[in-house]
Design a protein around this ligand. Structure first.
Ligand code: PLP
Length: 392
């Protein structure tokens, strides 16, 4: 697997299935998380704070372990916020993002003392009102609608609902200035799943230039500048590998002299941290041949790993890294389609991959699956059992 750090051994896989009492089972390696964080830190702007986005994997054991390795957490719900705080991350290092927070979310976030993104004039009014009612001085980070990488640095917007356009920035600054909230910085998240060091470095640079321009124009001294993350989790054979060396080199001069000035620069990652640290273990329930197709049916389905299913990956999108634990004849392989047990044609986890012979009861390992697993899957579909998860 191209993105793998500390690959899971067959022995570990077998023992983890015993430990959990069965499959389907996600396993998350502490050692791999440590290496993944080290790798993204080296591939970021020097001295940047590294924030982990719980949306990629909010498992309590993952968040708890990562709280000792990263500098902050990005959360998107009250449940994620509580997980972050229970993991031991101090509230001043938690950022609550999301384009449309509810009144209850505004109340709870400000009461907990976490920073919040403001993504519209309406949301700035909501947070100003709630801060006044609670009598708290909250910390606000204005999220800007940010051009996708590859667009010119002065392209003002992207066709999505996130953040606000520069035209309403002045209005939001006015609303916040008249409220108990302090505007501490900007949030400029430009995308996900990028591998090219030049593209990532240019997007970071564009974000820093934009922050500099707004700081000058509005006379604002930012102390927090989130300039995106975007590093990919290449888990399919068709995905290009991340240019880690190029990123390391690019990191030295991403924003020119001074980088963020006196502001803390924040790089925010989900999949690049959790993805390579996780594997999905699944048990073979049946094998059969239909026409010229060899099928292996397993107990993990798209209700546990939507990201690998045809619904997200699509046919021909590329295949995940899958192998058999302790195969009898590892060198004798044939083309195999691995499907889940659900009544849906979309429940295909790997198509036409080379696998050795398997028998009912054998274990398969899908690696690089630590991000957007259970949290991104329709766990309620067909009312089947939830997937197990273990941190080791
Ligand atoms: C604001 C924000 N931060 C962080 C992330 C995590 O992205 P990734 O998993 O690609 O690193 C996302 C992804 O949607 C996001 O929208």
């Amino acid at each position: 697997m191209r993105n793998e750090v500390s690959p899971l051994t067959d022995r570990e896989a077998a023992l983890l299935v015993h430990r959990a009492g069965g499959t389907p089972l996600y396993v998350y390696s502490r050692q791999a998380m440590r290496e993944a964080v080290r790798r993204v830190r080296a591939a970021s702007v020097p001295d940047a704070d590294i924030y982990y986005s719980l949306k990629a994997n909010p498992h309590v054991g993952v968040a708890g372990f990562l709280s000792t390795l990263v500098d902050g957490f990005d959360v998107c719900s009250l449940a994620e916020m509580e997980t972050a705080l229970n993991a031991g991350m101090p509230p001043e290092r938690v950022l609550f993002t999301g384009p449309a927070k509810t009144h209850q979310e505004a109340v709870a976030a400000l009461a907990a003392g976490v920073a919040v993104t403001i993504e519209s004039p309406g949301q700035s009014r909501l947070f100003a009102k709630v801060a006044t009612e609670l009598g708290v001085a909250g910390r606000a980070v204005v999220r800007l609608n940010t051009p996708y990488p590859g667009k010119s640095a002065d392209a003002p917007t992207s066709p999505n609902q996130f953040g606000l356009s520069t035209e309403v920035f002045a209005e939001v600054v006015r609303i916040l200035a008249a409220s108990p909230l302090s505007l501490i910085g900007l949030h400029m998240f430009w995308g996900s799943q990028y591998s090219d060091a030049g593209v990532i470095a240019a997007a970071r640079r564009a974000a820093l230039e934009r922050a500099q321009a707004l700081s000058t124009r509005f006379g604002l001294a930012f102390e927090f500048l989130a300039i995106g993350g975007g590093i990919a989790m290449p888990w399919c054979d068709a995905d290009p590998p991340v240019d880690w060396e190029g990123l390391k080199a690019a990191g030295l001069t991403p924003g020119g002299p001074g980088i963020g000035g006196s502001a803390t620069v924040v790089c925010e990652y989900g999949r690049a941290i959790a993805g390579p640290a996780g594997s999905l273990l699944t048990t073979v329930l049946d094998t059969k041949t239909i026409g010229d197709r060899r099928y292996v049916l397993v107990d993990a389905g798209m209700n546990h790993v939507l990201i690998a299913s045809r619904l997200v990956a699509g046919a021909g999108r590329g295949e995940p890294s899958v192998r058999v634990v302790n195969p009898g004849s590892p060198d004798v392989t044939s083309r195999t389609t691995v499907t889940g047990p659900l009544c849906s044609q979309l429940d295909v986890l790997a198509e036409d991959v080379l696998l050795p012979a398997v028998a009912v009861g054998d274990t398969l390992v899908f690696s690089g699956m630590g991000a957007y697993g259970p949290t991104f899957s329709p766990g309620g579909f067909l009312s089947r059992d939830q997937v197990r998860e273990v941190v080791f």
